[in-house]
Design a protein around this ligand. Structure first.
Ligand code: HMH
Length: 208
């Protein structure tokens, strides 16, 4: 039996639901999220994306050459995304030179730790992380201003297609992976789901 990304989602619907549907997003949708909550998410997510970019760089370094296209496309999108985050922060007069909150630190340390794992585990984690935002930001449908561009960033058809290709690449290498590696991939999926939920909660809890 080989595990697939689709099966991971089917085996853990509840956990995945909690990773992608959160009061933070529901209150963006209803327009009741407070500036300190949204701004905390924005700054901490910028810091997250910096380390996530490094993770994708490390994945490229061990990927088979026929996976380069998709991963390089992801890195190219991250180049634009980092610039975009800085613009969003500047428009809100937010300082990006701040410390990571403990939840963000934990997530970033987990991404560093993935470097010691076999490629199929890293490919599964990469898909999980991107799919979490691809779903999270679009599951609730359109959001009011100023949140429409956030929905569009992770919900647009191009990003959705990229996440599907990440799924295909993960499935392809899971297919020939040992049982142990497949179990490690499942653990990585669950860890990402837990960290995604915690990340929303961190921003939701912000009071300043
Ligand atoms: C917390 N997860 C978090 N931030 C992001 N920007 C992504 C995933 C990207 O998909």
């Amino acid at each position: 039996m080989t595990i697939t990304c689709k099966q991971l989602l089917q085996n853990h619907t509840q956990v995945w639901q909690e990773a992608t549907v959160h009061p933070f997003l529901e209150q963006c949708k209803s327009g009741t999220i407070q500036p300190q909550q949204f701004n905390t998410w924005l700054v901490q997510d910028y810091l997250f994306v910096v380390d996530f970019t490094r993770m994708v760089g490390r994945i490229l370094a061990i990927a088979p050459p026929d996976h380069f296209d998709v991963i390089l496309g992801g890195l190219s999108a991250l180049k634009d995304e980092l610039i975009w985050f800085k613009e969003k922060a500047a428009a809100r007069q937010l300082d990006l030179n701040v410390q990571k909150q403990s939840t963000c630190t934990e997530y970033c340390e987990y991404m560093y730790s993935l470097a010691t794992m076999p490629y199929p585990v890293q490919a599964t984690a990469l898909w999980s992380i991107e799919f979490a935002y691809n779903q999270g930001w679009q599951l609730l449908g359109m959001m009011p201003e100023p949140y429409t561009e956030f929905v569009d960033r992770w919900g647009n058809p191009g990003f959705t297609e990229y996440v599907k290709l990440l799924e295909q690449q993960a499935d392809e290498v899971l297919n020939t992976a040992s049982d142990t590696v497949q179990q490690q991939a499942e653990s990585a999926f669950l860890k990402v789901a837990q960290l995604e939920k915690a990340f929303w909660q961190m921003a939701f809890n912000a009071t300043q």
